[in-house]
Design a protein around this ligand. Structure first.
Ligand code: CXF
Ligand code: ZN
Length: 347
């Protein structure tokens, strides 16, 4: 019986920005009110882990436990948690879905206002950590998940209970990147049957968009990427046309009157977007921001799990590599080199 007590396990600690992770024994505190301690089964690497790990000017956030794309099993729950119980199969998501605030109750938004999304090095609500190393030093969290640890503590608003029939090395993909892509086509863009969809950037997220567009009945799916090697991946995901912007003069984007552009992913810090009002606003086009593809974790993730089990949504094809936890630095290298789509790490 481990409930209620601090627990020792292995975690991959980033001691400094951009430096290889070190697997060490850590102590994971029991969950406080509205929190859940989970045993991570699989985590996969998302490029956001790398983006933040590379940032040198992010003071005060090291040592840190990265990782946010994962699946696990409930080990114990804190006070006031009745949504999940020990042994439940759960998917953590970096944005909350409290189910209770105006935004969570509305079908228009997936940004919870009770636990607003922020890039914080702490637990949500509490501004404290549940991790310490064996010297008693506090370890920082990442995106409310910190899945590069065999056990982690997550607020229940960041957890979705899922059908245990989906294998963990597939389920974890729905925790961030692939589901963000699928969601961007399905929820954020609401792609209609017969549409044409152009996707800029053919990594796991872009291919997720292709999968979402296919599911929504798009007939033309255009992949745009400056790396022609990426097109090989695209062929497996129903991409019908390929454009390399380096060999292409025509830069027309979306239809006048009703064309939609969905922005997803992480931009450069302080990046600005400029547009000609004649080209966009007066032409009736729209540009829409999104996070997690507009998915509401607690309602949309179970739908995607069911559609995977019903063999409608493809996930297997996204997993290009699988490895053991102690090889995690190799996963970083593969993703940085652009050699993998998703690398699943077994804990
Ligand atoms: C990202 C989305 C934008 C902010 C940082 C995290 N999500 C996951 O990779
Ligand atoms: Zn991510």
């Amino acid at each position: 019986i481990t409930a209620g007590k601090p627990l020792h396990c292995k975690a991959a600690i980033a001691r400094e920005a951009g430096q290889p992770l070190v697997i060490e024994e850590v102590i994971v505190a029991p969950p406080k009110a509205h929190e859940v301690r989970i045993k991570i089964i699989c985590t996969s690497l998302c490029y956001s882990d790398i983006t933040f790990w590379k940032l040198k000017d992010f003071p005060g956030c090291y040592p840190r436990i990265f990782g946010h794309e994962a699946v696990g099993i409930v080990e114990s729950v804190g006070e006031g948690v009745d949504e999940v119980v020990e042994g439940d199969y759960v998917l953590p998501v970096f944005i909350a879905d409290c189910g209770d605030c105006n935004d969570c109750k509305s079908s228009e938004s997936n940004l919870c206002s009770k636990l607003p999304f922020k890039i914080s090095p702490w637990m949500p609500r509490e501004d404290s950590s549940r991790f310490t190393d064996l010297n008693g030093e506090t370890l920082f969290h990442f995106l409310s998940v910190s899945s590069f640890s065999q056990y982690t503590v997550v607020n229940v608003a960041h957890l979705t209970k899922i059908d245990p029939s989906i294998p963990p090395n597939r389920a974890c993909l729905l925790s961030c990147g692939v589901s963000t892509g699928i969601g961007a086509a399905w929820r954020a863009a609401n792609v209609k049957p017969g549409s044409t969809v152009a996707i800029f950037g053919i990594g796991a997220i872009g291919l997720g968009v292709a999968e979402g567009a296919r599911l929504c009945g798009a007939t033309k799916i255009i992949a745009v990427d400056i790396n022609p090697e990426r097109f090989e991946f695209g062929k497996k995901f129903g991409v019908t046309d390929f454009i390399n912007p380096n060999n292409c003069e025509d830069n027309k984007t979306v239809s006048q009157g009703w064309g939609k552009t969905i922005v997803l992913g992480v931009d450069k810090p302080d990046a600005q977007l400029s547009l000609l009002s004649m080209d966009v606003l007066l032409s009736g086009k729209s540009i829409k921001g999104s996070i997690y593809g507009g998915l509401k974790a607690k309602s949309d993730v179970p739908i995607l799990v069911k559609r995977y089990l019903d063999k409608e949504v493809r996930l297997d094809e996204f997993v290009s590599h699988e490895m053991k936890f102690d090889e995690i630095n190799k996963a970083f290298e593969l993703l940085i080199e652009g050699k993998c789509l998703r690398c699943v790490i077994w804990m």
